[in-house]
Design a binder for this molecule. Structure first.
Ligand code: NAD
Ligand code: ZN
Length: 351
């Protein structure tokens, strides 16, 4: 039986971002350290959306460039920057979507553990407790604010730093921070959550708690995208989806998205949509997913076209099949007998 680590504290409500200074002050008092590191999605740079007037010269702001999803090299570079100017912060705050939240998690690990981030990609490789961290999502869906992974694209593959040390100590859920998300981005990132839920519900590694959270999370996503937009509901759906997936595993769709993302540079949530759209034989909820896209005016382009070489296809299939844990969650320990390379390439060609 798993022993699941959870976020210690969360705060929920419009405007609760304003409580961040108070939390940081408490932290400074408790640690006798001064200065925090704020890793903020570059979307907010130069805009008057976040009130950062509480920052002092002791604090360090890192504007995270999320044009591309985080790589191990980029995270190492940022961690070196932090080590050079504020090596012992009282806290690290991640503010943004899944990318910025994961970058902040990885930096918090690298400040107390030697070496490079790629050395920690895998399961339970982090040895020393990281710097205390606060996660503040500004897009809903990945659930990164509640999971025990920091997903990074490394030299060989995309893989998370999966560790209890990747769990935020404090989360702030303020729907006001989501106001500027473009509608299309809302749908894509929320579909990542919807797919996490489907994979966790139909996988073999779930439990009764996971099932309850994944079901409720999916219900809320349907209410929002087939009914009325509600940012707070989306934040809650994302949190519950994160808790559900943290306690189970992804399935068939995520391995495809990792291959598509790595070889073609597609963003995670978009790659998830492209893959899930063709997985109706495995997931009945693909029908609902298609309804959601239709209702929200999203038409997915065909990605695997004549321009893709057979080497690229082969590479994507290899990367898909490297995901042993998710595939055994989906099909059981003998997954190789039912899900081979030919099948993967056949499905890829439809995407
Ligand atoms: P993202 O963080 O990559 O951001 C997408 C875009 O939205 C960026 O251009 C960003 O600048 C912009 N943005 C962020 N907040 C905004 C706001 N409030 N208004 C307007 N624009 C805003 O997107 P995402 O889908 O949240 O995250 C994807 C990443 O999360 C991937 O790297 C994926 O691998 C990772 N992920 C992590 C977990 C986990 O458990 N750690 C789970 C799923 C996905
Ligand atoms: Zn995902």
């Amino acid at each position: 039986m798993k022993n699941s680590k959870l976020v210690q504290y969360y705060m929920l409500g419009k405007g609760c971002f304003a409580r961040l200074p108070e939390l940081l002050e408490q932290r400074e008092k408790a640690t006798s350290l001064s200065g925090s590191v704020l890793v903020i999605d570059h979307f907010f740079q130069g805009k008057n959306i976040l009130d950062l007037s509480f920052l002092s010269s002791a604090d360090l702001v890192i504007w995270a460039d999320t044009t591309h999803e985080p790589t191990t090299d980029y995270v190492d570079e940022l961690a070196d920057k932090v080590k050079a100017s504020l090596p012992r912060p009282s806290a690290i705050v991640g503010i943004g979507g899944g990318s910025a939240l994961d970058i902040a998690k990885a930096i918090s690990v690298l400040l107390t553990n030697p070496g490079k981030s790629a050395e920690y990609q895998g399961w339970d490789l982090v040895k020393n407790p990281p710097v205390y961290k606060i996660g503040i999502p500004t897009i809903a869906g990945t659930g990164a604010e509640f999971t025990r992974t920091a997903v990074l694209t490394g030299p060989v593959k995309k893989l998370g730093i999966n560790s209890d040390y990747s769990v935020y100590e404090q989360v702030i859920l303020d729907a006001d921070l989501l106001k500027t998300v473009p509608h299309e981005q809302f749908v894509y990132t929320a579909m990542d959550c919807f797919v996490h839920n489907c994979e966790s519900l139909l996988g073999m590694q779930n439990d009764a708690m996971t099932i309850a959270m994944a079901q409720k999370s999916s219900d809320m996503i349907k209410e929002v995208f087939l009914g009325e937009m509600d940012h707070e509901k989306l934040l809650i759906a994302s949190s519950m989806g994160g808790l559900a997936i943290a306690n189970s595993n992804v399935g068939i769709c995520h391995p495809f998205s990792y291959g598509l993302g790595y070889v073609l540079g597609l963003h995670h949530a978009f790659a998830i949509c492209v893959a899930f759209n063709q997985l109706g034989e495995y997931y009945p909820e693909v029908e609902t997913f298609k309804k959601i896209l239709h209702k929200n005016n999203i038409v997915l382009p065909k990605i695997i076209t004549d321009g893709i070489t057979s080497e690229q296809l082969d590479h994507m299939a290899e990367l898909t099949l490297m995901n042993e844990k998710p595939l055994s969650n989906a099909f059981g320990p003998d997954w190789r007998n039912v899900f081979g390379k030919d099948r993967v390439i056949e499905l890829l060609k439809r995407m």
